[in-house]
Design a protein around this ligand. Structure first.
Ligand SMILES: [Zn+2]
Length: 199
């Protein structure tokens, strides 16, 4: 009586070349003809893919997963950074005694903070706040991308003060943010969660 290996080999030899190649691939992994025939699926209607392809597919799946994870982290990081940026404007304006309106953020790292019109000196402190925050160890994203997204703020700062005034504003912003860093984080937490907040 023929052994299962002999029967399997007969099946194998009657297969098409492409099917034999599939079985060969399973055999190359150390399987006997019987197991290789069954695993390759050439005997059934549903065919399993070449083991090399399966490995690559699994590998690709992992890569895709990691890429998604990274993209999520990057988006989460940008969102957090945007939230702390706007929160630093908001808390500074509030501590200067101003009415603060709506704060908003987007995933691309942009955002906005509304506050009532005030003196040039106060505006300078509010403008410089996220630059101070981003370059401080209180910032979650410190020390990377410290002043990312502050170009517009720096432009406004330059428009409302000179170098001396900017230094004064910087020191004032440091005082406020250091004393109220927990408030900045609390407001940023809400912004990350809701995307838009009226404090
Ligand atoms: Zn800003």
């Amino acid at each position: 009586m023929a052994t299962s290996e002999e029967i399997s080999f007969r099946f194998y030899s009657e297969l098409s070349r492409s099917d034999r190649r599939l079985v060969d691939a399973w055999r190359a992994l150390g399987n006997d003809y019987c197991t290789a025939l069954l695993n390759s699926g050439v005997l059934g209607t549903t065919r399993r893919s070449h083991p090399a392809n399966r490995e690559r597919t699994d590998h690709e799946k992992v890569e895709e997963f990691l890429a998604r994870q990274q993209a999520y982290n990057d988006a989460g990081r940008r969102r957090r950074q945007a939230a702390e940026h706007e929160a630093s404007h908001g808390v500074t304006a509030r501590e200067l005694g101003l009415d603060v309106g709506r704060l908003t953020i987007s995933n691309d790292g942009s955002g906005h903070c509304q506050f009532e019109t005030t003196s040039r000196a106060n505006t300078a402190v509010i403008c410089v706040a996220p630059v101070v925050w981003g370059s401080s160890p209180w910032s979650t994203t410190f020390p990377l991308d410290g002043d990312r997204g502050c170009t517009e703020d720096l432009r406004r700062l330059a428009a409302c003060t000179d170098t001396f005034g900017a230094r004064t504003a910087w020191r004032h912003a440091v005082e406020i943010l250091k004393a109220h860093r927990a408030d900045v984080h609390a407001l940023a937490d809400e912004l990350v969660k809701l995307g838009s907040v009226v404090p």
